[in-house]
Design a protein around this ligand. Structure first.
Ligand code: GLV
Ligand code: MN
Ligand code: MN
Length: 426
């Protein structure tokens, strides 16, 4: 079904798309989009978004981990906040919509509320999280964990590939590592968190639908490890006398593929290999690898991680390699909140679209926000289901649909609030 033509929505969707394009120019690697936590590119993106927030009459602040937060106050300073947002960091050579679309759609919808002068029963907070992808320090959700007060201070000692610490990256992004501590609650009570995000998969295109309400987010484990063998001359060491670390990692990647192909719902990926010393005429002496394992069912995921660890040990023993293996992150599967999701469903329906539900295989900041408040998510169709890829694309009309739904979602409690006020007055 097509959205009733509203020129205002078309203009706003074009503005969101243009802003996504503008943020795409904030990158630490030319020729693509890469914005890791603490990078100058992320600082630049945050300054731009902060300017757009202020233009819209939204008060801004930064928190201890460096998230950018914009607030439209509620009826009193103690009012609980409804948070809407996503992240501004990216993977390496990313697309332009994973994260920024959710931030900018939220900003535009909250700006409309500011413009209307409509009184909200709650404060509205637009969150632009500083790290969701975990590109630089290999652990996801630093931004939202800092926001909800669940970030483990020990993580401040993590170092990136150039030995820069997370503590220093936090300072570089305008955060304050000294006040960043687990257990510090967000500044006000949170009524809920709503995130708009591209689907990052092909289901909506197959359904021929622009939007879906998310049912649950799959659990995720991240493993970091190293196979260590023996570097040697590529021209002289006989094949049966080698301890090639890269072949160990390659075998593990194939084992992960085989296991995930055999177990329903399981997904496993070796996405990073750093080969040392890394020369065409040297047998790889060591390989650092990442392993990402996901499933909607937590036991399936945990069993798979154990199975692959056993397999990696067997590969190392057979090839005469040493293995180090650290599970660096584990997040359980997170169902969306039924009440908040039903408000989102009502908004999708009221705007005139069929209500579809989809699970998310990708991780989102909602995983962490669910520790402290109800969460709900709205997926937007993306072209070819392509994401984590420069070819990521969305249709402006689908962005307009998401804006219409968010407008409706934000108007609903206000209408209820004013109905309640009228009832009390009579
Ligand atoms: C985030 O995009 C993730 O799912 O890894
Ligand atoms: Mn992503
Ligand atoms: Mn994302």
């Amino acid at each position: 079904m097509a959205l009733n033509h509203d020129p205002g929505l078309t203009t706003r969707a074009s503005r969101v798309m243009a802003r996504c394009d503008r943020l795409a120019a904030c990158t630490e690697e030319s020729g693509g989009i890469t914005r890791s936590y603490g990078s100058a590119a992320l600082v630049e993106a945050m300054v731009l978004v902060e300017g757009w927030m202020r233009e819209a009459g939204i008060e801004t602040r930064r928190d201890a981990v460096g998230n950018l937060l914009g607030r439209l106050p509620g009826p009193d300073p103690e009012a609980a906040a409804l948070v809407l947002g996503s992240h501004l960091d990216s993977v390496r050579d990313a697309g332009r919509y994973d994260g920024p679309l959710g931030v900018l759609v939220a900003l535009d919808a909250v700006a409309q509320v500011a413009l209307s002068g409509r009184r909200q029963p709650v404060a509205l907070e637009v969150a632009a999280f500083a790290d969701e992808e975990g590109l630089r320090f290999h652990t996801a959700y630093l931004g939202s964990s800092g926001y909800v007060g669940s970030l483990d201070r020990a993580l401040l000692e993590l170092v990136d590939a150039s030995s820069v610490s997370l503590r220093d990256a936090c300072l570089a992004i305008g955060g304050d590592p000294e006040t960043l501590s687990a257990g510090t609650p967000p500044p006000t009570a949170l009524e809920g968190y709503v995130e708009v995000h591209i689907e990052q998969g092909p289901a909506l295109e197959r359904l021929g639908a622009p939007l879906a309400v998310v049912s649950a987010i799959a659990g995720q484990s991240r493993v970091g490890g190293t196979f260590t063998g023996e570097a040697g001359h590529a021209g002289t060491v006989p094949m049966d006398e080698r301890h090639d670390a890269l072949l160990g990692a390659a075998e593990l990647a194939l084992a992960a593929e085989a296991l995930a192909s055999a177990v329903p719902g399981l997904i496993a990926t070796v996405g990073e290999l750093d080969v040392f010393p890394g020369a065409s005429n040297v047998i790889p002496g060591a390989v650092r690898f990442s392993l990402d394992v996901r499933a909607p069912d937590d036991r399936t995921r945990q069993t798979a991680v154990k199975t692959l660890h056993r397999r990696a040990r067997a590969i190392a023993a057979q090839r005469g390699l040493d293995l180090s293996w650290q599970v660096v992150q584990g997040n359980p599967a997170v169902p969306m909140d039924a009440t908040l999701s039903s408000r989102l469903e009502a908004a999708v329906d009221a705007v005139g679209f069929a209500v579809h539900h989809l699970p998310s295989g990708a991780g989102h900041d909602a995983v962490v926000l669910a520790q402290v408040c109800p969460v709900a998510m709205l997926f937007v169709r993306c072209t070819g289901g392509i994401s984590h890829n420069p070819a990521e694309a969305v249709l402006a009309e689908d962005v307009a649909a998401a804006l219409a739904v968010l407008d409706r979602f934000l108007a609903a409690p206000a209408e209820e609030g004013s109905r309640r006020e009228r009832t009390t007055a009579t």
